[in-house]
Design a protein. Structure first.
Lengths: 971, 271
């Protein structure tokens, strides 16, 4: 029987092509998603291995909540400081440790080298072409590097940077910037650009995924690190290389032994602990992988859609084949074949089909990931992770593919097997089972899903305004801990599945409604098409489902994205009063010189500075909480942003030196207007004692050197080497000279001083950009922080009355050009910064939509092909009584278009509903305005009609190819 | 026997053929075949379905085409109706050369000149009886003659069943709907392919009675293929085919006469 099946399969190969494509697509997504994840993991592991390659790390022993919780609202925040952080991994933070521990560690037996490696984020490297080097891979990092500080980095050319004006470049950075050893270029530090020479180039084993790495002189790196962190003499961690393996990386046991040795040597009051490099790498890799983990489910969703459509296409295909071969099966049955044997005949074809499809799919998946890697490389993010699918990936793909095919074919196969021989000989159409049970089940699920959404919204609302979720307190307590994510997700899942279940019950009414226009435009064909859809409601609904899911996802995100845009635009329109804004595209800090240049620009009226205070906490002791704190000019609320006041008078409060608190912060801390809170800040001040000591040390050092040289000269003179003596004394003189020329500031030792100020809360505001911030005026800020711990993040510029804004803008852009990183935007551009980011995300979505459309087209083509094959006689009859070819095409076109529109409309309804719920839930996080992108949705709808029409072309041709005679001739 | 066939045709058709006006729409010939040949298969495996057949069908008559399986009777009808392309020869319906038509012209022909009745009824299952009857007119975007519609419906006796779907009608009723559908556009000629093949004798009687009435009362021309002598006995004229040739041409034969012919036919091969 299997032989018969395989022969049949060969005979039906043409029929199978579409099924094979569908299965191959589905499997390729499955395999591709696994492959992609593995490639990313591999890449992360590689990067960890070369970037965190120390044998032991010494870090703080107390976990801290260091960064302000980054939530959804951050994306709409106007400051860009979070953007530099977002690329870094989301790992735990520990207390900082004293770098003086290096000495203690270096003394431990087995330590080859212990050091604090400083990283400076947010640098900009200026390339050969005098433009800032940027890659999609993201950030530019400066690291204090010298021989031995980074084992995985190998110097390939030149030497390590030794002075402030020298840099060593990573090979990728050098390549991207077009720089060679010996070139001179600029680096934009947080405080402004500086000229530097490229003195060396180094390479790392793993690619750095597009990051631009600049090796700085360690002292320079340390200086900027301290500036950025606002703390002096501390580091996040110290790296330790062991000597046990003779310069090679230590094994895990050796690492552990070394860590134990260091721990024993660390002073008990150092709040520090040594951990093995391996554990740090594992932790970091795990958190990075987690951060990247969202990609796979996204791909998998589309894999599921493809496989769903695939199994459905297979069911259709096999229905056609079984129907056409029914006589053959009946013959087999009548000569004694058992139902099982007939089933096997069909199933054998299915399994063969599944194997072929999955095989192609695995190849496609592999090519897909390959393609992504090539594309990323083009875009400036080279990845060196392995992309070849593992055996288990292939097995998963194969099993999924074969299983889906088998499931798809099982129903038609069963039909073939159990049909009584006589009935099989005649073509009989069994009426469809009623769809109302599905209607009820679907409605119940949608109802439950909506209830979950409602609950989710209530939770968010209650969270926001302090109203209880429900009248039942026991319920409230339980539900609070649940958060909004679960109900939202469960609701979405229930609604989507509910709609799929319900859909067949909607076919009748929907096709009547959707068919209204076609049946009036094309009286006969339109009406025939409409009624044909109701014939097999399940099939119609399933075909539409493919499009439904894709459109639902896209329109949901479309609504969210468009709301985000509208919200930002709303802030600008209603609140922003200034004509221009300026911010840094890299570090977030605007160099002081740039500010001066802007102020000097002709036509500038007032410039309002937003300065961020580093490391400000509120409260005392362990209860202290961090909040983003900004120093503003007292005129902020009158000249730049109109406040949306929750309580108190924001303008007066700011002028009076009181705290103006964002609603989110106030709520988190339970503050009210009139409360007094303790504000803790940091100031970096000159450590007089240490500076004096350093200067004395230096003087002594120079003196000793000069004395030594002089003594040498005298000794040489005594021995008669006059020229040598002269050289030595000249050297001594030079040493003394250069000591005089040394910049005293390099000898200035600084320390961090903590400040504590009690301040009154003067107002609570709820402008969405200020929701999670605390604002104080400049005078008050000076008491908490000083210039070393306060950075200008943003400038708001008002033009002088009567100045031509376009001209001013051009002058401003020219003024900041030498600083490379400062971006001046007018009001519209300020709005569109956000929009363009959103648009980029949408672009990815459209790619996904295109994918689901392609899959959906396959589904529609297949369904129509099946229905055409079932209706051969009917179409023949229509032709015989005078239906033209165009009318037949029209009929099928209308059918296909209605299926497509049906799926699209369902998808839009669910997608918009989901988008509205998400918007409402995250209203407090900046999604203040709801905007539904009607134009976009209109385009989807038109697209759906086109998709339907395109899909109907080939089945219609097949229908017309059938001679009328064959169709109507009685056998 | 094949050698005799040409002479047979000439003998059988001579009388009417000579007097025919070739392109007279109002003439008494509604459709005719000239030297019609249809060969299936390739050189190795030739089946001659029609062998140089010449025949004319008269207006306002019901003509039955009879013959054993494989005699070519269905092929003749399909070629006449433009459903099949002849290998050689011409088919002319109402003065129009069907055998030379392209798809567009064929569609026009089917809309204006030809009606069909099939053995397996072939109603559109999604449409009601009334919609099925009106379908040809609507497809052709022709105005609907309500009086004519009422008349037909009354004749076929479907007044009470117009809103029913085909699945709710009996076989006889379905075939009567199909007859009404064929009549509705007042085609020049209706081709009926074994119209009673799937019906019991009572329903057959009803349907054939209706067809006969439409011929006599409304002057409809009908060409019917059947192998049921009783059905053929309703016809004004019976053509008998064998092996692609017309062997008999009977005017107003009685049931017994037809039976007799078939008795002869049966004897012929053994003779």
């Amino acid at each position: 029987m299997i032989t018969i099946g395989l022969r049949d399969a060969r005979a039906h190969f043409g029929r199978f092509i579409m099924s094979i494509i569908a299965i191959a697509l589905g499997v390729s997504f499955v395999v591709g998603s696994f492959c992609f994840r593995e490639m990313m993991n591999n890449q992360v592991d590689q990067m960890m291995a070369s970037n965190s390659d120390a044998d032991v790390y010494v870090r703080g022993n107390k976990e801290q909540k260091d960064s302000a919780a980054s939530n959804f609202g951050d994306s709409s925040d106007s400051n860009s400081s979070s953007s530099s952080d977002s690329a870094s991994t989301e790992s735990q933070h520990y207390n900082r440790i004293d770098i003086a521990l290096v000495d203690a560690i270096n003394g431990v037996k087995g330590v080859a080298m212990a050091e604090a490696v400083y990283e400076v984020n947010g640098l900009v490297l200026v390339g050969k072409d005098d433009n800032a080097v940027s890659t999609t891979g993201g950030m530019t990092v400066g690291m204090g590097l010298t021989k031995g500080t980074w084992r995985s980095a190998t110097l390939t050319q030149g030497r390590w940077a030794k002075a402030r004006d020298e840099i060593t470049l990573h090979t990728f950075a050098a390549e991207s910037a077009g720089l060679k050893v010996g070139d001179t270029t600029k680096i934009v530090y947080p405080d402004g650009p500086a000229d530097v020479h490229v003195v060396g180039i180094f390479s790392t084993v793993s690619s750095q995924a597009g990051a631009i790495i600049i090796g700085l002189n360690p002292d320079t790196a340390k200086e900027y690190f301290q500036q950025q962190s606002g703390q002096v003499g501390t580091a996040r961690y110290l790296t330790v290389y062991g000597s046990a393996a003779g310069g090679q990386p230590l094994t895990v046991t050796q690492q552990q032994a070394l860590a134990d040795g260091i721990n024993a040597a660390l002073p008990s009051d150092a709040h520090a602990v040594a951990v093995t490099g391996q554990s740090v790498r594992d932790d970091n890799a795990a958190s990075t992988k987690k951060a990247l983990g969202f990609v796979q489910p996204l791909i998998l969703i589309f894999a599921i859609i493809a496989l769903f459509v695939g199994s459905f296409i297979i069911t259709n295909t096999f229905s056609m084949i079984v129907r056409e071969s029914m006589r053959g099966y009946a013959l087999l049955r009548s000569i004694g074949a058992s139902p099982i044997q007939v089933f096997v005949t069909v199933a054998a074809q299915a399994i063969l089909l599944g194997l072929v499809g999955s095989g192609i799919g695995i190849g496609l998946g592999w090519i897909m990931v390959r393609g992504i890697v090539v594309l990323m490389d083009r875009l400036g993010t080279p990845l060196t992770g392995a992309v070849n699918p593992s055996i288990s990936d292939m097995l998963v793909g194969l099993i999924v593919g074969v299983l889906v095919t088998f499931i798809g074919a099982a129903l038609p196969a069963r039909r073939a097997a159990i049909a009584p021989p006589i009935q099989a000989m005649n073509e009989t159409v069994n009426p469809e089972k009623p769809v109302w049970p599905r209607g009820i089940a679907g409605t119940v699920m949608i109802f439950l899903g909506s209830a979950a959404w409602f609950l989710c919204w209530r939770i968010a609302w209650a969270d926001n305004s302090g109203v209880t979720v429900s009248p039942w307190s026991w319920f409230n307590d339980g539900i609070k801990t649940l958060g909004t994510g679960w109900p939202l997700g469960i609701g979405a899942g229930l609604v989507v599945i509910g709609v799929i279940v319900l859909a067949p019950a909607l076919v009748n009414s929907t096709s009547a409604v959707l068919g209204w226009i076609p049946s009036h435009v094309f009286t006969v064909t339109g009406r025939l098409a409409t009624r044909n859809l109701s014939r097999s409601k399940r099939r119609t609904a399933n075909t539409a489902a493919a499009l439904f899911v894709g459109v639902a996802i896209v329109s949901c995100l479309g609504v969210v994205a468009s709301s985000a845009k509208a919200s930002v635009a709303g802030i600008v329109d209603s609140g922003l009063k200034s004509d221009f804004s300026a911010m840094s595209v890299s570090s977030g800090q605007i160099p002081d010189d740039a500010i001066a240049a802007i102020k000097k620009t002709q036509g500038v009226g007032t410039v309002s500075q937003s300065r961020m205070l580093m490391g400000v906490t509120y409260g005392s002791g362990d209860d202290a909480t961090a909040a983003m704190t900004f120093a503003e000019q007292p005129s902020l609320f009158t000249k730049v942003f109109a406040p949306v006041t929750n309580s108190g008078d924001a303008n007066k409060a700011l002028r009076n030196g009181e705290l103006v608190v964002g609603l989110q912060v106030a709520k988190d801390n339970g503050w009210k207007v009139g409360d007094t809170v303790k504000v803790n800040g940091r100031q970096v001040v000159v450590d007089e004692e240490a500076t004096a000591k350093a200067q004395a040390d230096y003087q002594a050092q120079v003196k000793a050197k000069v004395e030594g040289l002089t003594a040498e000269a005298q000794r040489l003179l005594a021995s008669g080497d006059i020229s040598g003596a002269q050289a030595k004394s000249a050297e001594a003189q030079q040493a003394a000279e250069s000591a005089k020329n040394v910049d005293p500031s390099t000898l200035v030792k600084t320390k961090t001083k903590t400040t504590h100020v009690s301040m009154k809360i003067g107002a609570i505001i709820e402008n969405s950009i200020y929701r999670s911030m605390v604002l104080i005026n400049d005078d008050a800020a000076e008491k908490i922080a000083n210039q070393y711990t306060m950075f200008t993040i943003m400038l708001f510029i008002n033009a002088k009355h009567g100045t031509d804004l376009n001209g001013l803008k051009a002058r401003l852009i020219k003024a900041v050009k030498p600083y490379y990183v400062v971006n001046v935007q007018d009001r519209d551009e300020f709005k569109s910064t956000m929009s363009s980011m959103v648009d980029q995300i949408l672009l990815v979505l459209y790619a996904l939509l295109a994918l689901s459309i392609v899959i959906a087209i396959f589904g529609i083509v297949n369904t129509l092909a099946l229905s055409v094959s079932e209706r051969t006689k009917e179409i023949g009859l229509l032709r015989a009584i005078g239906t033209s070819r165009a009318q037949v095409r029209g009929m099928l076109g209308v059918e296909a278009a209605i299926i497509a529109v049906f799926g699209t409309i369902l998808g839009m309804i669910v997608g918009i509903a989901a988008g509205v719920v998400i918007r409402a839930v995250y209203e407090s996080n900046g999604l203040s305005a709801l905007s539904i992108p009607w134009n976009q949705l209109g385009v989807f709808l038109i697209l759906a009609i086109l998709v339907g029409l395109v899909a109907s072309v080939s089945p219609a041709s097949r229908a017309l190819k059938q001679p009328v005679l064959d169709a109507v001739a009685s056998e | 026997m094949a050698r005799h066939s040409k002479q047979d045709i000439k003998r059988g058709t001579n009388t009417d053929w000579n007097g025919a006006q070739p392109h007279d729409r109002q003439g008494h010939v509604v459709a005719k075949a000239i030297d019609l040949t249809k060969i299936y298969g390739d050189a190795d495996n030739r089946v001659v379905a029609l062998n140089h057949v010449n025949v004319e069908f008269e207006r306002g008559q019901m003509t039955a085409i009879m013959g054993p399986s494989g005699s070519g009777k269905s092929t003749l009808m399909h070629c006449m109706a433009g459903l099949d392309q002849p290998t050689n020869g011409q088919v002319i319906v109402e003065g129009l050369e069907v055998s030379a038509m392209n798809q567009r012209q064929l569609t026009k022909l089917r809309r204006e000149q030809i009606g069909f009745i099939f053995q397996s009824f072939n109603l559109v299952p999604t449409l009601s009886a009334e919609e099925n009857i009106l379908l040809p007119l609507q497809i052709a975007k022709k105005p609907i003659d309500r009086a004519w519609f009422k008349q037909i419906v009354k004749v076929v006796g479907l007044e009470q069943r117009l809103t029913h779907r085909p699945s709710q009608l009996s076989g006889g009723q379905q075939q009567r709907v199909a007859c009404a559908r064929a009549m509705m556009a007042r085609p020049s000629v209706i081709f009926a392919d074994e119209p009673t093949g799937n019906l019991d004798s009572h329903s057959s009687h009803e349907v054939l009675g209706f067809l006969k009435r439409s011929v006599h009362e409304y002057g409809q021309s009908i060409v019917m293929v059947t192998h049921d002598p009783r059905a053929a006995s309703y016809a004004d004229r019976v053509l008998v085919l064998a092996d692609g040739n017309i062997t008999q041409d009977l005017k107003h034969p009685t049931y017994d006469q037809i039976l007799e012919v078939f008795a002869d036919e049966g004897e012929e091969p053994s003779a």
